[in-house]
Design a protein around this ligand. Sequence first.
Ligand code: GLN
Length: 286
Amino acid sequence: MTVPVPPPDTAGTVRESLARARALGLDRLDAQLLLAHHLGRPRSWLLAHDDALLTAAQREAFDADAARRVDGMPISYLLGQREFHGLTLQVTPDVLDPRPDTETLVDWALELLSGALAALPAPQALDLGTGSGAIALAVKHGAPRVRMRALDASAAALAVAQGNAQRLGLEVEFSQSDWWQALTPPRLHLALSNPPYIDGDDPHLAALRHEPLQALTPGADGLQAIRRIVEGAPAHLEPGAWLLLEHGFEQGEAVRKVLRRHGFADVATRCDLAGLERCSGGRWPG
Ligand code: GLN
């Protein structure tokens, strides 16, 4: 008769860990990305090693992050990074999780830089409320000749953005500023912003509770920050400059009105990948 061998003192296999996370409610991809992150392996490794054993510490850390993910924490905060417009950005809960929608704004900016603004050898560009630096860095990467500056009211966000600029080797000048307040000359040829635009009483904010509230909502009225940016813009724009703003999918008409009322010309709107009105902008005639 064989004596049963006691199971080794381990914390379970890759397969069991993924199954546990799925049972908690994680989708398959998130479970794989998180486990790969905790094991320091590529996701492809997991698939070929589903019998590999975790240490107790790995299991504990993975299970804790799986629970955070189920609670709505963006996967990017748990992985510490997010792909945006071809760049890998480090992100923390101090900054908005960059969204694919915002790539619409970057694409529009790059089109202007190779179109209406193509004749300028060193266009002055600005990203207001830069957060992780996503917009400023993607535009600088796509159009290296721009002189890119970026502002944010949050010192913690600026530290994240600065770290991203350093890692990516992209030259952007960062300053702490409440919208235009600390901006110094020269005047701009291109001003960009993904400001907070969700109404303060919008029930969707609850689902976004892990992200910085001041990056999501300007307060009761979702258009407050957009109005401040448009009102303040003329003092900082060169004739022929463009101002592009991201906004909520139901705010296109209102943002176009604000732009026209403040004297912008050629006011237009672009849709995101879902076909929803997502960015509006106009040309400052000077
Ligand atoms: N696009 C984000 C969302 O609706 C909001 C980002 C923002 O307010 N700038 O979840």
